[in-house]
Design a protein around this ligand. Structure first.
Ligand code: C5P
Length: 222
């Protein structure tokens, strides 16, 4: 494996998606949004009437995922069986189901090779929860991105407002805390920093500041 990897792990809402996309673009590297694979597995299960506790059927959904990540006018488009689900997989309903199916070892196993296949020259930015700990333990640089739960709830509310949706801050905070607890307490691939990860708290940083800090770290490693 020659292609270098930058992993960006951390809890939901810390800014991993935006930061990963910007760095991949600036470096000309590929991008793996691993959370999207769990969301797609969950959505596929929901659409096919598979119960969130039917482990065998869920792992079959994960194995058989027919998904295309396409770039259309500079925007990432995600197709599930040819159907554009880019917006639908971001809903709270799908996110909640994703975090449930992600706790099942057979589902994680089913998605492992699919994630490693994203490693291609000239390099990869991998965004998720276990990119540095499980999927790419030999990554050249591992970032663990965090922000306080309150700040993440505030950012999520802003995002929803921009999409014309309304949500109470207290409800969002509760959802974020429940998701954190589930991701951190699960027995397989729990959310935690890799031993050799650089931790970056973004509570007080804006996006350009985070990008700059990570680019400085990349430059230092080369
Ligand atoms: O990052 P995102 O919010 O899209 O991820 C959705 C869910 O998928 C997370 O709540 C988490 O439970 C799960 N996930 C995971 N491992 C990853 C990425 C996401 O378990 N590498």
């Amino acid at each position: 494996h020659a292609a270098p990897i930058l992993t960006i792990d951390g809890p939901g809402g810390a800014g991993k998606g935006t930061i990963s996309r910007m760095i991949a673009e600036r470096m000309g590297w590929h991008l793996l949004d691993s959370g999207a694979l769990y969301r797609l597995t969950a959505l596929s299960a929901l659409r096919n009437g598979v119960a969130v506790d039917d482990v065998q059927a869920l792992s079959d959904q994960a194995h058989g995922l027919d998904v295309v990540f396409a770039v259309e006018n500079g925007k990432m488009q995600i197709l599930l069986e040819g159907d554009d689900v880019t917006t639908e997989i971001r809903s709270e309903r799908v996110g909640g189901a994703a975090s449930q199916v992600a706790a099942l070892p057979p589902v994680r196993d089913a998605l492992l090779q699919r994630q490693r296949d994203f490693r291609q020259a000239p390099g990869l930015v991998a965004d998720g929860r276990d990119m540095g700990t499980v999927v790419f333990p030999d990554a050249s640089l591992k970032i663990y991105l965090t922000a306080s739960a309150e700040e993440r709830a505030r950012r999520r509310q802003l995002q929803l407002q921009q999409a014309g949706e309304d949500a109470r801050l207290s409800t969002l905070l509760e959802e974020i805390q429940a998701r954190d607890a589930r991701d951190m307490q699960r027995s397989v691939a729990p959310l935690k920093p890799a031993e050799d990860a650089v931790e970056l708290d973004t509570t007080q940083l804006d996006i350009p500041e985070v990008v700059e800090r990570i680019e400085t770290l990349i430059a230092e490693r080369n």
